[in-house]
Design a binder for this molecule. Sequence first.
Ligand code: ADP
Ligand code: MG
Length: 242
Amino acid sequence: MAKRYATGTLAVQGVDLDIARGDFLALLGPSGCGKSTLLRMIAGLIPVSEGALDFPADAAARRSIGFVFQEPTLMPWASALRNVALPLELAGTPRREAEARAAEMLARVELAGFEHAYPRALSGGMKMRVSIARALVTKPRLLLMDEPFAALDEITRFRLNADLLDLWRAERFTVIFVTHSVFESVFLAERIVVMAPRPGRIVRELSVPAEDRAAPEFRTSATYAAHCREVSHALAEAMEGA
Ligand SMILES: Nc1ncnc2c1ncn2[C@@H]1O[C@H](COP(=O)(O)OP(=O)(O)O)[C@@H](O)[C@H]1O
Ligand SMILES: [Mg+2]
């Protein structure tokens, strides 16, 4: 699969990626290597120039995508509850039911009690939680996240990482998570796909087995450090070859 923009830039080339249901996959690479382009093609937001995308192949699956951007992109004039209820209402769910499900989803992202708060009254981490709730409220099969926590402070980011994993373990939707952080990719993902720029392409895939990631205190464990070292080396190699 490839993408050439109208400007002539070959943003993504030769990508061949098999994604299974329930995977948690990280796309890791430096800025400009085509991560966002690949994610936007998977979401159907931009057309593929060459090759094809089989996942999600059917129309039902295509409708079943949640997208979380780096900026929370909330409607400033609407409460947290209204922001989260909107995708359901757009899909035809009656307002009362949409709001009940939105309230439930806000509780799942630890925002019970903030239903009626407006975005300006929420911290960066809380706005991102609203954005995640909005993406998950329709129960998507596929959750696409484009550097969602990059603008947050480290402590908030760690908490959101852990909470996202809890949600994923409970629901088992498929996640494709774009990041340029080695540490974040190892903490979150079972499959780490390393990309390199010019042209954007996949150079390696590494895995962090579930049993490793299930260890208590994983983030401070020797296993975590070892995986981070391996992924850092792979990324450095990818950059040298680029
Ligand atoms: N809409 C666009 N039009 C033209 N070129 C683009 C567009 N979006 C991205 N690019 C180019 O494609 C390449 C990959 O960009 P992008 O997918 O945003 O990378 P990443 O998300 O990894 O930083 C870059 O060279 C970028 O300048
Ligand atoms: Mg990007």
